[in-house]
Every structure is written in C-alpha cells, then in structure tokens.
Design a protein around this ligand. Structure first.
Ligand code: ADP
Ligand code: MG
Ligand code: ZN
Length: 497
C-alpha cells in the first residue's frame, strides 16, 4: 500500500504536467487563426471533372484552360495567348462554382476564391485592399486560379444605390488587377454571375472578362447524368428509374437535383429501408417542388404548349428559307424565358430586303401562331416575341419607307410635321404588316402541321434540340419560296441587298 501511494505521489504531477503540455500544443496547433484566411488554397479543392455532369459545352470550352496549365509550352511556342478572364454566367445552382473548382483540380492550379459580396460590405477602401491581397497571394502561388463568385456585387453597372464611392473603388481595383497581368503570369481569373446584362461594361472589355461561358440549366439528359453523379455510392433499389426522375424534374437545376437525391436518401432512412426506392424519389420530388413554388417548375400541360410554341419558331425559320436558321430550340426554362429558339443569320448582313423583314416577323410570330393553330387558344408566352415584331414593323414603316403609303420618306414618331391623318395611316400600315405576317404564319403552320407535330414531339422527348437534330427533322420539308412577298402590300417593293 505504501508503495502504491509513493508511486502516485511521484507520478501524478508528471502525468498532470504532461497532459497540460499536450493540451497546450494541441490548442496552438488547432486553434482557429485569429484572422480567418480570406482565400481557399488549391490543395483543398478536389472536384473531379466527371463530377460536373451535363455541362458538355461549358466543359469543352474550359478544357482549353486546363490544357494551358498542363501544357504551357505548346501554347507559348506558337505565341497563343490564353484568355485571362473567364466569366461563367447562368442561373444560381447550375454548377458555376463547381466548374471553377473542377478546372482548378484538373489543372493542378491553386484555387483562390472569394465572393464579391464580401468586398462591398466593408469599410471604405477595405474591399479594394482585399482584392489586392487576393491577387497578390495568387501571383505568389502560381499556377493559380482566382475565382470571384457573385461578380455582380462589385460589377453591377454604376447606377444609384448607397455605397457608391466604396463600390467604385472596389471595382476599379479589380480592373487594375485584371489589367496588371504580364504575359508570363500563370494566373487565370474566373468569375461567376447570374446577371450578365447588368455587369459594368468595363469588366467585359478585351483583356478582362472577355471570354464568357454560358452555364445553362440541364435538359433531360443532363438531369439524368446529374442524378447519376449524386446517387453514386448510394444504395439504390432495383425499381429506381433515374430516367423517369429526370423527366419529372424539368426546371430543376443541378443544385436542386443534388438536394433531391439527399432528400430521397433521408426518406429511405426514416422508413428504415436499406435501399433508396423509387417511391423515396417521388416523395422527395413532391417536397422539393412544393418548396420551389416561387420558381418555375413546368407542368406537363405547360410543357406541351411550350413545345409547340418553340416548334413553331423552329419550323417557321426553316419554311421562310433558312435565312435565320434555328441553331437550337429548347423548352428548358431559364431565367425569365420559359423556352427559347435561337436563330442566327447565316451571314453578316447590313442590308435586308422588305421580304426578309417580313420573314423575320413571321418567325417571331410563329410561336403564338402554333399555340393558336394547335390549341385554339393563346398564352402570354409570346410577349417578348410580340415586342420584337412591333419594333420591326415600326422601323419598316417609320424609318425604312417600306410601306404602301410612303415608300419615299420617313415618318418618325418625333416628326411633328406629320398630320394626324398621316399618323393614323402610318399606324394602320404598321398593324397591316404585323397582322399579315401573323395570318401567313398561321396558314403555313396549318399547311405543315405534320412537321410541326414532329418537332414538338421531339422537343417533349429531348427538351433541347440542336442544329443537327432540327435539320434531321426538317430535311424533307421544302421551304416556302418567298411566301411573304405580298404581305401588307399589293406589290412587293424591290430593294437592292
Ligand atoms: P452555382 O455556383 O452555379 O450557383 P454550384 O456550383 O454552387 O452552383 O452548385 C451547387 C451544388 O449543386 C454543387 O456543389 C453540386 O453538388 C450540385 N450541382 C450543380 N450543378 C451540377 C452539375 N452540373 N453536376 C453535378 N452537380 C451539380
Ligand atoms: Mg456558386
Ligand atoms: Zn416565342
């Protein structure tokens, strides 16, 4: 007994001090640094290229950046300059941050990221100082990618608002940094924004964010791939049909789908199941969609209307003779637009004939015309189209002298010399043009109803059709040669072009 007491008395203080010292070392090593580091270092990001699903076009464009970091010599040898600033734009949750991280991972570059909103909420001059520091760090640790999230926070065009001076200082500092790179710097700046149209144009000038990459919400194939990524490693029951889930989640972004997969797993866990079943996905969808009331989740019925509307545009751009061929048609909603058809002129032209303007009006009006022809009723979905058509007809009559009543003079709105009578004629002439184009668009869609149906079905099936897919659907349909010649007039006005 005496022995044991003796040992305790000698050893206890030693053990005690040992523990204290160990604790001290541990606190010093793991204590959070007094000032949180403003940047995240590259070694910390690990996002596999394959974890970014469905964004094939964006990934293809960014592959160039990866190649640059990986194989710099090859670019230098031929004097190629790789873009310095790349702007990723698209709605929230589509994977912009994820992409930037994946680029950094794949390039082996250090990743420095900061949200622009954190630059503006500070005292005068601090935002600018933080930007300077961010770039300084990145330059010290080349190769590096600087990622600025929510660029709109500093980059919104200078107008109104309270923190004017501070905002300008911060923006100016960013411009200084972007301009301050030398050809040898191995730093690339990436930024994300969901309001491209609001950005200060100074940011988009050559040498700054002059490369813009669109990060679009996923179509049905993209959503299936994203579901694949986010169910990887999760136990799925045999009845799970991811393609079906993808079909039912039109309008959801990548972030929503990641969330959906997690919710499904939670439903499964709560019921004590070992596998995630299709019913868990259905329950999760219900919950997610209910939580997104504000956002656009397009119902099956609306999808049909959208599909016919966009098919109308695509078919008409073919029928009027391929001057403005449809590059892409989609019913994947995005921002304000529920769907869209992208038309691109086949060549750069500065002169257009009267007939071509009418063709263009018909292309714009054919979304609504398709709704009318197929469903017998129209929706507000054509508001934007009508805006464009009104502007075209107005220019034709007011500025280009392309009307019956006055082929040799302008009739601008600000011309006070115009009589009331002339103004009335001018306005009815404009209406005659647009109404004529609308009637003709409907007539052509009735005539080509079969191909309209075919394109709409394909859109419902795939949600997005690219140029080649559209061409394949339209190849057997012959364009209507100059169907627009007589619209709004008895004689076509010839014009050299
Ligand atoms: P953004 O920056 O465009 O708002 P994020 O990159 O922050 O979107 O996306 C948030 C999360 O949503 C990601 O971390 C990822 O889990 C998921 N996600 C979004 N888009 C995709 C995608 N294309 N592929 C896989 N996951 C995605
Ligand atoms: Mg983000
Ligand atoms: Zn339209």
């Amino acid at each position: 007994m005496g022995d044991f007491e003796y040992q305790l008395i000698t050893w206890l203080p030693i053990v005690f001090f040992g523990i204290v010292i160990a604790l001290l070392i541990w606190t010093i090593r793991f204590m959070p640094r007094a000032k949180p580091a403003p940047v995240v270092k590259g070694s910390q990001v690990e996002v596999a290229w394959d974890d970014v699903a469905g964004l094939d076009e964006a990934k293809q464009e960014l592959q160039e950046v990866v190649d640059f970091f990986r194989n710099r010599k090859r670019f230098e040898r031929v004097g190629a300059r790789v873009p310095r600033g790349i702007l990723l734009h698209g709605p929230p949750g589509t994977g912009k941050t994820l992409l930037a991280k994946a680029v950094a991972s794949a390039s082996g570059a250090n990743f420095y990221s900061a949200s622009a909103s954190s630059f503006v909420e500070m005292f005068a001059g601090l935002g600018a100082a933080r930007i300077r520091k961010l770039f300084e760090e990145a330059r010290k640790h080349e190769p590096a990618i600087v990622f600025i999230d929510e660029l709109d926070a500093v980059g919104a065009a200078r107008s109104g608002g309270g923190f004017h001076r501070e905002h300008d200082q911060t923006l100016n500092q960013l411009l200084v940094e972007l301009d301050g790179f030398s050809a040898r710097d191995e730093v690339i700046v990436m930024a994300a924004s969901n309001r491209l149209q609001d950005l200060d144009s100074a940011l988009l000038r050559p040498g700054r964010f002059d490369r813009q990459v669109n990060v679009a919400p996923p179509d049905v194939a993209g959503r299936e791939q994203i579901l694949g990524v986010h169910t990887r490693g999760k136990p799925l029951a045999a009845d799970v049909d991811l393609e079906r889930v993808a079909r039912q989640t039109s309008g959801l972004t990548g972030a929503d789908i990641a969330n959906l997969c997690n919710e499904a797993a939670i439903f499964a866990a709560r019921s004590g199941a070992q596998y995630i079943r299709q019913s868990d996905f259905e329950a999760a969808m219900e919950r997610i969609v209910a939580g997104l009331q504000q956002r656009r989740v397009v119902s099956e019925k609306e999808k049909r209307i959208l599909a016919y509307h966009e098919a109308g545009h695509a078919v008409m751009s073919h029928l009027v003779g391929e001057l403005f061929p449809a590059q892409k048609a989609t019913i994947v909603s995005r921002g304000q637009a529920l769907g869209y058809t992208l038309n691109m002129p086949t060549e750069d032209r500065y002169l257009h004939t009267r007939e071509e303007f009418v063709d263009l009006m018909m292309v714009f009006l054919s979304g609504r015309a398709a709704e009318q022809v197929v469903f017998g009723r129209i929706t507000n979905g054509a508001a934007n189209d009508l805006e464009r058509v009104t502007a075209i007809a107005r220019s034709m009559v007011f500025e280009f002298g392309m009307s019956e009543i006055a082929p040799s003079r302008t009739m601008r709105a600000d011309n006070y010399a115009l009589s009331e009578e002339t103004k009335r004629m001018r306005d009815s002439e404009q209406a005659r043009l647009t109404d004529g184009a609308y009637d003709e668009a409907q007539r052509l869609l009735v005539k080509h109803r079969a191909v309209l149906d075919r394109v709409a079905e394909a859109l419902l099936e795939k949600e997005t059709l690219d140029r080649a897919e559209l061409e394949a659907l339209l190849v057997d349909t012959k364009p209507e040669s100059r169907s627009s010649e007589t619209i709004g007039t008895v004689r076509a006005l010839p014009m050299r072009d």
